[in-house]
Design a protein around this ligand. Structure first.
Ligand code: SF4
Length: 468
């Protein structure tokens, strides 16, 4: 039988990267190979994100460019998944009639079977919403009985002989119940659903046994893992503690955390679990209490600052990053400057900053007081300039210090390696390729706004870690 080739393009967040990995594993099991380019593919799948309007337009542009390929090869199956598929659904077919498959994120597990039975002359298939939940298994150990995940991971769970990436993502929950006024995620990804604890642990062990030395637990709001009707934030603390015990796991991270759901027990894990890295992404969004309330964030500036203090007390070396939105409807200049003030107070290590944009279905879409585009741009430029100075100062303070770097790739220059410190700083340095996937001790020599240049410490034993 002819081998069929799959080509996946992933847009947006780490959760999409994880979903694409699951889809790839499932398709491989059914005999598919990965194509090296779109031209060599029998099935092209765009796994999309629509959190920003610009991102959704990029996907449509990509689909339009694929028309030429479809004309050349009419048997090619074209599919769109992720949030753009959920949001636009059948409307996508008006703009891109050569599409064969439109599948929302909750129906991802149905793709392999669908594609196996689909030919390009059949009417397009559109699936949205959530796949029916499987009946939850009784927990194998005392602990919360959790919802079954929406994804059928039975294919993925089988021992995959291929090496896993040095750093792997692992989705522990999907969806969100928070309905922040600007955010489309709860409408597109559905309510929060946590994967069973034992399933997550089995997958974590599997990834480490195949060579991952760093795991990042993913969810729209990881802190509320397993919460529905069970033990509150303790479920996530318990999960994190169990994952951290996996032998040979050197680094553990998680994202994203909602500041309103951060129990003291979780704060206390920083500095206590040896593999839990000294970095936390803690979305702020705005520095004005009125704007935070209008956004529906359910914390205020003081609560956020108290949490930051508690975290820094538990772990003085903790690096913090955040998300900020400028130009939320009705945001005054003074309120915007309160956000700038908060950046200067907290001194985040880095930020992701965005101009507010209307998203369909959201509460903020219909709010009055929309800010002009050029004013939003001015605020964004101002904010980013302030943060750039802070980030650079923080980087400059590291010059002369030694840092543990996990080598994950090659730098732009020949002979250069690239990796991250435990606090997520990007470091490039000259070194042998044999260090790939290992820890190296590096002395920081130069600081730039987004990266550091280092030198492999001469006195360091490049001791092989206890890897598999
Ligand atoms: S917590 Fe708010 S911003 Fe984050 S995914 Fe949920 S609704 Fe969106």
């Amino acid at each position: 039988m002819k081998t069929r080739n799959l080509y996946i393009v992933t847009y947006g967040c780490q959760m999409n990267v994880y979903d694409s990995t699951c889809l790839e594993a499932s398709m491989r099991k059914r005999g598919w190979n990965l194509a090296e380019s779109q031209e060599g593919a029998d099935f092209i799948f765009l796994n999309t994100c629509s959190i920003r309007e610009k991102a959704a337009r990029r996907v449509i542009g990509h689909l339009k460019r694929l028309k030429a390929l479809k004309l050349k090869n009419p048997a090619l199956i074209l599919g769109v998944g992720g949030c753009v598929a959920e949001q636009e659904g059948r409307k996508l077919l008006d703009e891109v009639p050569w599409l064969n498959l439109v599948v929302g994120p909750g129906r991802l597990s149905e793709i392999p079977l669908l594609v196996e039975n689909l030919t390009s002359d059949m009417p397009p298939i559109v699936l949205s919403g959530q796949a029916p939940l499987a009946q939850p298994e009784p927990p194998a150990q005392p602990g919360p009985a959790l919802d079954s995940g929406q994804r059928d991971l039975s294919d993925f769970e089988e021992i995959d002989p291929r090496p896993a990436p040095i750093g792997s993502f692992l989705t522990i929950m999907t969806g969100c119940d928070n309905y922040c006024a600007y955010c489309v995620v709860p409408y597109l990804r559905g309510p929060e659903r946590s994967r069973p604890r034992e399933e997550v642990l089995a997958e974590a062990r599997n990834l480490v046994s195949r060579g991952s030395v760093e795991l990042t637990l993913l969810g729209q709001n990881v802190n509320s893992y397993g919460r529905a009707g069970h033990r509150g934030g303790e479920d996530f603390v318990d999960l994190l503690t169990e994952v951290s015990k996996i032998p040979n796991l050197l680094r553990l991270r998680f994202t994203t955390s909602h500041p309103k759901d951060f129990p003291p027990a979780l704060v206390g894990l920083f500095g206590k679990l040896p593999s839990l890295c000294e970095h936390l992404h803690l979305p702020l969004q705005a520095g004005s209490d009125r704007i935070l309330a209008a956004m529906g964030r359910r914390y205020d500036k003081n609560r956020y600052l108290s949490l930051v203090s508690a975290l820094r007390e538990a772990c003085p070396d903790l690096a913090l990053s955040t998300d900020v939105i400028v130009g939320f409807p009705g945001e005054t200049e003074e309120e915007f400057l309160q956000t700038v003030d908060l950046l200067e107070t907290v001194r985040f290590d880095f930020i992701f900053s965005f101009k507010y944009s209307d998203r369909p279905m959201t509460k903020a879409n219909s709010l009055p007081g929309k800010i002009e585009e050029n004013e939003k741009q001015r605020r964004l430029t101002h904010l980013q300039a302030v943060q750039k100075t802070i980030t650079l100062e923080k980087h400059q303070a590291l010059i002369g210090q030694s840092r543990e770097v996990l080598v994950e790739g090659f730098g732009r220059k020949a002979g250069q390696l690239s990796g991250r410190t435990r606090d997520l700083k990007l470091v490039n340095f000259d070194g042998p390729a044999s260090l790939m996937g290992r820890l190296a001790t590096v002395t920081i020599l130069e600081a730039w706004p987004v990266s550091l240049i280092g030198q492999l410490s001469s006195d360091r034993p490049s001791a092989p870690q206890n890897l598999n």
